[in-house]
Design a protein around this ligand. Structure first.
Ligand SMILES: NC(=O)c1ccc[n+]([C@@H]2O[C@H](COP(=O)([O-])OP(=O)(O)OC[C@H]3O[C@@H](n4cnc5c(N)ncnc54)[C@H](OP(=O)(O)O)[C@@H]3O)[C@@H](O)[C@H]2O)c1
Length: 333
């Protein structure tokens, strides 16, 4: 099968497309014919070698954690999906395997592809939307009426975070650069501010500051919080810092980090919100698999609005998934 792999760390050119053996699904796994693969900044950070001391991957490595496609076969003990089912999934970042014609997926990490959008769009959802959901629900514990600031609201995580926070009944202020104000307003934000003009004037009125891009120094985000409010950041280790303890001493404010978990139950929940028209992915641009390096170059520039997607199988990526039967029971928000 064709796959985009790198054999050594380095710039995007290290990512090349060639033939590798098709994987075989093990116990509890599915083999998925990939329609499209979503890009995430961590794909580039793994390829560049930036994370090599924290996150060791085997080389050559097939990049990519987000996929949507059709189940080709199920391994022993995998019984929630059948051949022919349309699914989307997040693969563990350390395993990769998404930028390829076929991917091995643990069935607990997959969910029926959401009805009403194409498989190409579905591939853009998993990691960014799971991060938004797990940050706001599990780390921040948002509920009806919470005042939430989403910082970096036009990116992959940010664009889902605005919509997920609205789903939970929060009042959302979104910080983005001037060129993305209209885009972020259309996602449902109640108030949009241009972060290039400063955000300190917003004052200490938020229950939750969600820094989706890990660009807001903690001393600044802390000043925007009410007492007992929480900052949540996508920097996975920030919570370990002494800053968290100091913030708690000064008014019970909390610093929380998210490290996204590839849970099929959460994906199924997000899929049901998409099918119900409550949230929607925005794909800024699609690239053929052969241009995976160009796609990563654009992702690395840091200005993506919504998501980027690699089209692995054009006809499949254009297919819409029919309404799906729940596979993980009735998942609760
Ligand atoms: N810990 C985890 O489990 C986890 C999970 C997912 C992602 N992440 C991390 O979270 C971060 C965001 O991921 P993503 O997928 O949302 O990235 P992304 O889609 O590439 O983010 C691009 C967005 O970032 C905004 N941006 C760039 N510089 C900014 C700044 N200085 N201030 C505010 N916004 C800025 C840009 O908006 P403008 O053009 O308007 O500036 C652009 O829309 C990445 O570092 C990623 O590695 C962590």
């Amino acid at each position: 099968m064709l796959a985009a792999t790198f054999a050594e760390y380095g710039p995007p050119e290290k990512l090349t497309v060639g033939e590798i053996p098709r994987p075989t699904p093990g116990a509890g796994e599915l083999l998925v014919r990939v329609a499209a693969a979503g890009l995430n900044p961590i794909d580039c950070r793994i390829r560049s070698g930036e994370l090599r001391y924290f996150l060791r991957v085997g080389l050559p490595f097939v990049s990519g954690s987000d996929i949507a496609g059709i189940v080709e076969a199920a391994g022993p003990g995998a019984n929630r999906f059948r051949a022919g089912d349309a699914v989307f999934a997040m693969l563990p970042v350390k395993a990769g395997g998404g930028y390829a014609e076929y991917a091995r997926v643990r069935e607990t990490m997959a969910a029926p592809a959401p009805a009403g959008i194409t498989l190409g769009e579905a591939a853009s959802v998993p990691m960014a939307a799971l991060t938004a959901l797990q940050s706001l629900r599990d780390k921040a514990g948002v509920s009806d009426g919470c005042e939430v600031l989403v910082y970096g609201a036009s990116g992959g995580v940010g664009s889902f975070a605005v919509q997920v926070a609205k789903y939970f009944g929060c009042r959302v202020t979104a910080a983005t650069s001037g060129r993305n104000v209209a885009f972020v307003r259309a996602l449902g934000a109640d108030e949009v501010v241009d972060y290039t003009q400063g955000i300190d004037h917003l004052g200490p009125r938020f229950d939750v500051v969600f820094d989706t891009v890990d660009k807001l120094p903690f001393r600044r985000s802390r000043r925007l919080l009410r007492p007992r409010g929480a900052v949540v950041t996508t920097n996975p280790v920030a919570e370990w810092l002494a800053l968290n303890f100091l913030a708690f001493l000064r008014g019970g404010r909390r610093l929380r980090s998210v490290f996204v978990e590839p849970r099929g139950t959460d994906l199924e929940l997000l899929g049901s919100w998409i099918a119900g028209g409550r949230i929607r992915p925005h794909v800024e641009r699609s690239f053929p698999l052969a241009e995976a390096a160009d796609a990563q170059r654009l992702s690395e520039a840091g200005r993506v609005r919504g998501k980027l997607v690699l089209i692995v199988n054009g006809p499949l990526a254009g297919q819409r998934s029919p309404s799906a039967e729940p596979r993980w029971g009735k998942a609760r928000p």
